[in-house]
Design a protein around this ligand. Structure first.
Ligand SMILES: [Zn+2]
Ligand SMILES: [Zn+2]
Length: 98
């Protein structure tokens, strides 16, 4: 799938990934996902999301933290996203806690 755009919450990014899986994949009984079109097992790569402070909005300012999110992609229908990066915007109190 294409790398989620920056500037959203972690929940929104995870929802986008779930949405992609629901649209493009069939879950197998083995716990893996399979492409609806080609039947091949969907791969996963690691999406690195810089944690930015939501209150800073378009400044995209963060605290140097990165969260890793599993990003699925079909090895036949699309190219592997190379070094996928994005950013997630998290409210300041939550950034401080983590
Ligand atoms: Zn950002
Ligand atoms: Zn596919």
């Amino acid at each position: 799938m294409k790398v989620p755009e920056g500037g959203h919450s972690i929940e929104e990014v995870l929802r986008e990934i779930e949405g992609w899986k629901n649209e493009h994949c069939t879950p197998g009984s083995d716990g893996f996902y399979y492409c609806k079109k080609t039947g091949v097992q969907v791969n996963q790569t690691t999406l690195l999301a810089s944690v930015h402070i939501a209150e800073f909005g378009d400044q995209h300012a963060g605290v140097g933290k990165v969260v890793r999110i599993a990003l699925p992609y079909c090895p036949i229908c699309e190219d592997e996203p190379l070094n996928p990066i994005t950013c997630v915007h998290v409210p300041m109190p939550l950034v401080r806690e983590g």
